[in-house]
Design a protein around this ligand. Sequence first.
Ligand SMILES: [Zn+2]
Ligand SMILES: [Zn+2]
Length: 374
Amino acid sequence: MSKVRGWVMLEPGKMEMQKFDLPKIPEDSALLKVEACGLCGSDLHAFRGRMKTAPFPLIPGHEFIGTLVEVGKTASEKMAIVGGGTIKEGDRVAIAPSSLACGRCWFCLHMPHRPSLCTTRTIYGFNSIKNPPSIWGGYAEYIYLHPKTWVFKLPEGISMEKAVQTEPMATGLRAVERAYQPGEPFAGQGYGVGSRAMVLGAGPIGLMVILALRFSGAKLVIAQDLIESRLTMAKRMGADITVNAKLPLEQRIKQVQEITDGVGPDVVIEAAGVPQAFKESLTFVRRGGKLVEVGHYTDPGPIDINPWVVCNKDVDLHGSWAYPAIIFKDALTVLAKTPYPVEEVVTHKVSMDDLPKGMDLLGKEGVGKVVVTP
Ligand SMILES: [Zn+2]
Ligand SMILES: [Zn+2]
């Protein structure tokens, strides 16, 4: 029997390559050969012990695409397939990692359109290897696909570099959609065509937010980061103005207000994952505007906020925790149609053997998205 190689996080700080049996695929399931998987900051946080809920030991990796190499007889009837009715061996697909909400908890019963609120859902890349058949993450050569998986057929000919960013784009796009408002954007209520937006943090998620803003009609996109290479990349992805977070806050506020009629951006999206950036977002956003928090997938601790500012600004605060799987469809549209060179966000590709070296690169100067191509 052939073996599957995969990196297992045993506990915070400990990762090793293990070999698993290639599982026998039940009728209602499928097997995916991983083409590429993005290394996410969340994976690194789990490795550093900053994700209390991570069910060790696990194979990380939730940003993966690949080719179906085995498809059970009834898999097409069981799975949610977007982009064509059935799946077959040889199909190139992206998989929404958080496909399996429990369907029974309070949130699943009352708010099924917001499946990321389900606290017991199964997520590829955050599932213990103790659950058979163990290969649940993209840091492996193959992934077992359970019958409730959401499968998205990739557009013909889309590059690996674009397609592998579907999951981060879904995260970024949902953050932008959180700022929409039913009604009329021209009246300044919520995000819409002509809005002025600011993004704090130009890492892989922040860059996807910028691309999504540009795709959906923002008039002005301002990006802030500490790292110069990220600001350059933000411009490549369509940001009009960049702000260096190293400058004193007063100076940055002045810079931003000067280009927003002295009131500040309509929408501010916090994608840095730094408590200080959330606090600054509240300072930047205009009165009656919207603030979306999408950066804190792990908990780096609290920060003091003045509630008077929230009240006085009459501001809307929105959290954005992952996304409903169907947003992958629109994420793929943005990636396929954007005029910006989104492939450039993938700055490093590492082999299976070199995966830990790839993890060491995350967050460094000159590093965008790192992907493993097993
Ligand atoms: Zn991620
Ligand atoms: Zn549930």
